[in-house]
Design a protein around this ligand. Structure first.
Ligand SMILES: C[S@@+](CC[C@H](N)C(=O)[O-])C[C@H]1O[C@@H](n2cnc3c(N)ncnc32)[C@H](O)[C@@H]1O
Length: 344
């Protein structure tokens, strides 16, 4: 009942979709795509738009990467300023949608299917070795979250899927097959869920007689196991966050991007990361600290030594957050934190 429509047209090479074949891609995507203004507004409201574009400094002739294309909000602004933009997304539906929205920019917009963790390899496949900036706006888009059949929301009945892409293990695979200890570990590590062990135990007991297949089924069982007792958020919120992070290897993807960014960014090229929870932001903050120190020192050394990982300059000394006005308009922007580093 919850099976997702196949999204990919056979014959399109994995990893790269040229602007030329984008139309065919859209038409066969299984969804009727329209670029009406109504559609554009509802796909996703871009966060920190002005701020991110300011730091990416788009201009004619600059080559930029949007690692999380989504609805194309950030990319559109960068294209309007004259840049060439490679828009990466792992979700074929996002690529199809943004492809339609950005069609007017012709071959200055190049959609790429893949994981931004592989940015370097994806670019090299198409003969690009250095770029002037990379932006990632992490997490899921409003469209992905709001579509019941993607399985991200515990308040909408849908399959327990949660994949941003059309491949890999689903949340149902994890919930129905993982060990109790591993479930408890991800609920704690990725969701900071205080009842992690109790919920993992409940899941392992219940799934014997009735495997978990639907979002609401899991949310209801969690609510019974770990009742609200005045909690501000739904008792399933943290478990759903943890499952989403695991299903999509969100932290691993970010790690991969950070570890390779120095090799594909040209000197002066910017790395902009917008994160939405402390696990991601902590990783970015530590990375910038580590790679922006010219020297490192240890107690046992007679003098400081040059840092072999000195690749970046910290551009955003303080984390950049949404202004009050934006938060009023778009509550999702409340938890957005942007950090920026520049390749030296
Ligand atoms: C928050 S939305 C981006 C919205 C976009 N900035 C805009 O203004 O419309 C995140 C998008 O990034 C994609 N995404 C998330 N993680 C990804 C990854 N590791 N690799 C490629 N795409 C990813 C999701 O599929 C989603 O479409």
């Amino acid at each position: 009942m919850f099976k997702r429509e196949p999204q990919l047209v056979s014959g399109i090479p994995e990893g790269f979709i040229s602007a030329v074949n984008m139309d065919a891609y859209c038409c066969d995507s299984g969804k009727a795509m329209s670029s009406s203004s109504e559609d554009l507004e509802h796909y996703h409201e871009t966060v920190l738009l002005e701020e991110a574009v300011h730091f990416m400094a788009p201009a004619t002739g600059k080559v930029l990467v949007d690692g999380t294309l989504g609805g194309g909000g950030h990319t559109e602004k960068m294209l309007e300023a004259g840049a060439i933009v490679y828009g990466i997304d792992r979700d074929p539906e996002a690529l199809a949608y943004a492809g339609r929205r950005l069609q007017r920019f012709g071959d200055r917009f190049i959609p790429v299917k893949g994981n931004f963790t592989d940015t370097q390899a994806l670019l090299e496949q198409i003969g690009v070795f250095k770029v002037d900036g990379v932006l990632v706006d992490l997490g899921v888009s409003s469209r992905q979250f709001d579509e019941a059949d993607r399985g991200f929301s515990f308040s909408k009945e849908g399959p327990l899927d949660m994949r941003m892409s059309d491949e890999g293990e689903t949340a149902a695979d994890i919930v129905n097959h993982w060990d109790e200890a591993d479930l408890a570990r991800i609920f704690w590590q990725y969701g900071e869920e205080r009842s992690s062990r109790k919920i993992a135990k409940m899941i392992c007991e219940e799934r014997v007689s009735r495997p978990f297949t639907a979002t609401t089924q899991l949310a209801e069982r969690i609510e019974i196991c770990s009742p609200r007792y005045g909690k501000k958020i739904h008792p399933a919120t943290k478990v759903f966050q943890a499952l989403r992070i695991e299903v999509n290897d969100e932290l691993g993807s970010l790690r991969g991007l950070l570890d390779t960014a120095e090799s594909f960014l040209a000197p002066g090229g910017r790395l902009c990361v917008i994160s939405f929870h402390s696990l991601e932001d902590r990783m970015v903050k530590r990375f910038i600290k580590q790679t922006s120190a010219e020297e490192i020192d240890k107690k046992e050394w007679p003098a400081p030594r040059p840092n072999p990982e000195y690749f970046f300059k910290n551009i955003s000394r303080k984390p950049i957050k949404a202004a009050e006005q934006e938060i009023k308009r778009n509550t999702r922007s409340r938890s957005a934190i942007m950090r920026v580093a520049e390749r030296v």
